[in-house]
Design a protein around this ligand. Sequence first.
Ligand SMILES: Nc1ncnc2c1ncn2[C@@H]1O[C@H](COP(=O)(O)OP(=O)(O)OP(=O)(O)O)[C@@H](O)[C@H]1O
Ligand SMILES: [Mg+2]
Length: 251
Amino acid sequence: MAPIDPHQPGRIETIASGLIVPDAAVSRSVRRILVVNAKGGCGKTTIATNLASYYAARRAHAALLDYDPQGSSMQWLASRAEGHFPIHGVAAFRKPTMGMTRSWQMRLPAETERLILDAPAGIHGMPLIDLVREADTIIVPVLPSPIDIHAASHFIKDLLLVAKVRARSIRVGVVANRVRKNTRVFLSLQRFLDTLNIPFVAYLRDTQNYVQSSEEGLGVCEWQAQKIRQDRAQWEKLASWIEGEDQAPAP
Ligand SMILES: Nc1ncnc2c1ncn2[C@@H]1O[C@H](COP(=O)(O)OP(=O)(O)OP(=O)(O)O)[C@@H](O)[C@H]1O
Ligand SMILES: [Mg+2]
C-alpha cells in the first residue's frame, strides 16, 4: 500500500456541504475532549482515535481534530474503510490556505456530537493555553515508566496553571496507558494526583489489538469482539467518566 501523505487533501476535507463552524456546534452542548501530554509517544493519538471509534461504534457523530503536524490521526482516518460509521476529520495543524478563514477550515458537520482533539508532543505555553480553551474535558495519557510519570507530573502542574486562568472549570483525568499487570510504578503518580484531586479514569492494556485495529482505521471497540473483551470495560469506564455518568446528580 502506498504511504498516505497527511498533507495532501483527501476525502476528509472534500465534504463541502452541511458543515458549520465550530462555534455554532460548541454552543449546542457538543462535548469537547482534548487528549494531551507534552511527552511524546504516550498514546495521545491511540486514545483520540479509539475514542472517536468508540463513539462511531455507538452511532454517535464524532469529529477528530488533529493538531499534530505529524498528521497521525488523519492518517488513521484516511485508512478507514468505507462502510464504517463516519468520523469527520479536520487537519487542524494546517494553516488555512490563501483566502480561507480559520473558521471555514475548522467547520464541522451540523450533527457533530463529540469533538476529539489530538494534541502534538512538546506542547506548552500559548499553544497549550489555546488548546485548553477549546476543551471542556482533558485526558492525559501516561505510560508506566518513572521517566514518563515524572514528566506527566510536571505537565499536569503546567496544565492546572493554564486551566486556573480560565473562568470555567475543565475536568482533567489521567489514563494509564500500556499497563501490564501489577504496575506498582503508578503509586507515586497516584499519590500526586490524589493531592490535586485528579482521578485515574482508565487503565488501558498493552496489546497489539491497538496496533492491528489502527491499520484499518478502526479502534478496538469496532474490532473483533472476542479479542477486546478485556479492553471493553476500560473503554466503558473512560467514556462514562467523559460523559459525566460517574458523577452524582445535582440535588
Ligand atoms: N495500549 C497500547 N498497547 C499497545 N501499543 C500501544 C498502546 N498505546 C499506544 N501504543 C503504540 O505506541 C505508539 C505510540 O502511540 P501514539 O502514537 O498513540 O502516541 P502519541 O502520544 O500520539 O505520540 P506522539 O507524541 O508522537 O504524537 C504507537 O505505535 C501505538 O500503536
Ligand atoms: Mg500522536
